[in-house]
Design a protein around this ligand. Structure first.
Ligand SMILES: *[C@@H]1O[C@H](CO)[C@@H](O)[C@H](O)[C@H]1NC(C)=O
Ligand SMILES: *[C@@H]1O[C@H](CO)[C@@H](O)[C@H](O)[C@H]1NC(C)=O
Ligand SMILES: *[C@@H]1O[C@H](CO)[C@@H](O)[C@H](O)[C@H]1NC(C)=O
Length: 284
């Protein structure tokens, strides 16, 4: 009788052992904005170790993304190394791009589920309050002029500024997103794709009333064509060519999409309905 009892106990212990969750914040915010989300997680799954990485907060979030990726990687690695069963990565807004770059460029990561919470995964092209905080008096039509230069690329927003009317300049001068998406071929593409494909699940969350991510479909890898009509994820060239692994992941049934109306950009991480319907079930 003893052995089955022991197995039962072990099984009970395992059920309780949720994987640690690493949270990466967005632009102009920091750990402070993620207290509610951390509480949602530990209420739903008691005992979960939640780490909100405290780096590049507030205005520092404007630093170039590749620099940020290096430091976020170092912080995330500490949590990963202590988690033999892997971790979950939950990343908000700009943080979702930092996380995807981290996944692509970290060969030994053990991220199980990557939740991209209202992130401009296919880029950003829109007049928003955020844009005006960085470039007062600028309109979206003119931003490329600053962004697609060496100096511009030192501002995080420019690293994912995707102007559909200046495609060749984007491909040539943007040092971040075209490489990450494989829009501009490079020698590390195969390795980055393999690294990215170590994840078991990709969860894409966003919605039409976001108000910041433009087009909002960028949170699900959709983006504007040259007429500013939105082309959905599966029709994007990076998807069809499987340049960074998205099509493979989708073919595995490992891409989950969650769309919610009536949620503004800064509400995504603090809305309990969003948490319980789009995130909770994956954070085991
Ligand atoms: C970021 O801003 C918040 C106020 O919203 C403040 O509490 C926090 O200390 C700031 N973080 C850093 C690192 O300056
Ligand atoms: C996609 O594949 C086509 C056909 O092989 C090629 O012409 C095109 O340059 C590729 N695009 C990307 C972004 O890899
Ligand atoms: C969360 O979002 C839902 C769906 O859009 C909305 O109806 C609800 O009022 C929001 N809840 C809170 C607490 O903001």
């Amino acid at each position: 009788m003893e052995a089955p009892l022991l197995l039962l106990l072990l099984a009970a212990v395992r059920v309780d052992a949720y994987r640690p969750v690493i949270i990466v914040h967005g632009i102009f915010d920091g750990p402070k904005q993620f207290r509610t989300l951390s509480a949602f997680i530990t209420e739903a799954h008691p005992g979960t170790e939640v780490t909100v990485i405290d780096l590049y907060d507030n205005l520092s979030s404007l630093k170039p993304l590749w620099t940020q990726v290096q430091h976020f990687r170092r912080a995330a690695s500490t949590v990963m190394e202590a988690a033999p069963d892997g971790v979950h990565l939950l990343c908000f807004s700009q943080g979702g791009l930092i996380c995807r770059a981290l996944l692509a460029t970290t060969p030994d990561h053990n991220v199980h589920t990557f939740i991209s919470l209202s992130s401009p995964q296919a880029g950003q092209y829109g007049d928003t309050d955020y844009l005006n905080r960085v470039f007062p008096e600028c309109v979206k039509k003119t931003v490329y002029y600053f962004c697609y230069r060496r100096l511009g690329q030192r501002v995080s927003i420019c690293d994912y500024w995707n102007d559909p009317h200046h495609r060749s300049s984007y491909l040539q001068n943007n040092v971040f997103l075209p490489l990450l998406n494989g829009d501009r071929p490079h020698e590390d593409m195969t390795a980055w794709r393999e690294n990215f494909l170590r994840i078991q699940r990709l969860v894409l969350i966003g919605g039409p009333d976001d108000g910041v991510i433009t087009p909002w479909q960028s949170s699900h890898f959709g983006f504007y064509d040259s007429s500013e009509l939105v082309v959905e994820m599966r029709k994007q060239e990076f998807y069809r060519n499987d340049t960074f692994g998205l099509r493979t992941l989708d073919a595995r049934g490992a891409v989950s999409v969650c769309i919610w109306p009536e949620v503004k950009h800064v509400q995504w991480h603090s809305n309990h309905s969003v948490f319980s319907s789009c995130m909770e079930k994956w954070l085991t």
